[in-house]
Design a protein around this ligand. Structure first.
Ligand SMILES: C[S@@+](CC[C@H](N)C(=O)[O-])C[C@H]1O[C@@H](n2cnc3c(N)ncnc32)[C@H](O)[C@@H]1O
Length: 257
């Protein structure tokens, strides 16, 4: 019934968060990973916004995504830059590979899209299993600062030649017990005032407490956890609007989930 990072949603992501756009994260992750000689994995790779600059720095990075439409754009973005990374369709909570990675990265709050607690735990256990001894998880989270249901927001992207995409966002559920919101994203593509394509996306977003997430990582066996706010290494968050990055190290092998 609902779409999820389908054609229009992916087109908008690539327009809005184009390759070359950074929120401070591209520089931060590039710095963190600069000394990696092994393979880095980016689950939820999307259009390659993070992957491509890392590849261009000479790092060995591969990625997967649940959305074939996002992957299609990612492959095209890579191809036009002469890059040919390993990209595949899979799920964070269930992918299984015989490789062990030196780092697994989940920027841009992508991890919050796993709104069911059991899925998020499965994904973290899966990351742990796929990290080599001494490997590192680097993952961004944000807090939810607006839980009100009244606001409907609209954004517009002009494509030229009379084409335009509009996006209307409306929160439809706040689950305080399970800590997530559910929104509807209504994408519409217009050609000289005529509606030519539409998509209704169901968009979940979970939230965690700053220390809650650290405890989860510790409980799963991650060690040497560092929390950074707004991409300033080791600076603890002080404002609810800040992006929060967790770095955590795997110090022993474990069994698959
Ligand atoms: C906000 S985009 C981030 C893209 C990219 N990492 C970046 O930094 O620009 C989130 C991506 O995660 C993907 N995604 C959502 N749930 C997923 C899951 N369970 N497993 C794998 N990918 C998922 C979406 O399809 C989407 O491409």
């Amino acid at each position: 019934m609902f779409s999820y990072y389908s054609k229009l949603s992916s087109e908008v992501y690539d327009l809005d968060k184009y390759i070359g756009r950074s929120f401070g994260d591209v520089e931060f992750y590039s710095g963190k990973l600069a000394s990696c000689t092994g393979t880095i994995l980016e689950p939820g790779v999307g259009t390659g916004r993070m992957l491509i600059p890392l590849l261009e720095k000479g790092l060995r990075v591969e990625g997967f995504d649940v959305s074939e439409d996002m992957l299609k754009i990612c492959r095209r973005n890579c191809e036009t830059r002469g890059l040919n990374p390993d990209l595949f369709q899979d799920h964070m909570e269930s992918f299984l590979s015989d490789k062990k990675y030196e780092a697994i990265i989940v920027p841009t709050g992508t991890f919050l899209l796993l709104h069911r607690r059991e899925d998020s735990i499965k994904a973290l256990k899966n990351f742990y299993y796929h990290l080599a001894e001494g490997g590192k998880l680097v993952l961004d989270l944000s807090l939810q600062t607006d839980l009100s249901m009244e606001n409907i927001s609209t954004r517009t992207w002009e494509l030229g030649d009379g084409e335009m995409i509009t996006l209307e966002t409306k929160k439809v559920e706040v689950d305080y017990i399970n800590q997530y919101t559910m929104s509807h994203h209504r994408y519409e593509k217009w050609d000289n005032g005529k509606l030519v394509q539409t998509e209704l996306e169901q968009f979940p977003l979970r939230w965690y407490g700053v220390e809650e997430f650290k405890l989860i990582l510790e409980q799963l066996g991650f060690q040497d956890i560092v929390i950074s706010a707004d991409y300033e290494y080791g600076v603890y968050p002080t404002e609810e609007s800040q992006m929060i990055t967790y770095e955590a190290v795997v110090n022993k092998e474990c069994n698959p989930v």
